[in-house]
Design a protein around this ligand. Structure first.
Ligand code: ZN
Length: 147
């Protein structure tokens, strides 16, 4: 039952991707990222505002898990501080790699990816968008210090 509910959330994001667009303008950060194990590719865009994330968006092609995860992440991290985003990122790594459900952190729709834990070959599909985020924020200590 729960299984089907989660599957439906993933498919909804895959079919109706949130923030599926290019961001342009001053201060927009961009990174290209690919997951060679599955062939998923994406561009991730971030717009910062006073050191916080103002908006996140992406364009890409890939499996339902990778695209749904990117759609969910861009919803989850908008209007958040880099420290908050680093906490979310660490929780996602634990959710996917260890299957640990975070008690105190609200992962929003991204929580529906928890069953990906049992599909080892798909871990990188779910985490690709977060790995892209690591790369785009690698020079921001407010982010990297809290990972
Ligand atoms: Zn994939």
């Amino acid at each position: 039952m729960l299984d089907n509910l989660y599957r439906q959330v993933i498919l909804d994001h895959y079919k109706n991707k949130k923030n599926f667009e290019e961001l342009r303008g001053d201060g927009v950060l961009k990174v290209h990222y690919k997951n060679p194990t599955c062939g998923d590719v994406m561009n991730l865009y971030l717009k910062m505002d006073n050191g916080d994330i103002n908006k996140a968006a992406f364009l890409g092609e890939g499996c339902s898990i990778s695209m749904a995860s990117a759609s969910m992440m861009t919803e989850l991290i908008k209007d958040k501080s880099l420290q908050e985003v680093a906490n979310l990122r660490a929780a996602m790594e634990n959710l996917i790699r260890q299957g640990k459900i975070p008690e105190s952190i609200d992962l929003g729709d991204s929580l529906s990816l928890q069953d990906v834990h049992t599909l080892r070959a798909r871990h990188n599909c779910a985490l690709m968008t977060w790995q892209a985020l690591d790369r785009i924020l690698k020079d921001h200590q407010e982010y990297t210090n809290f990972l």
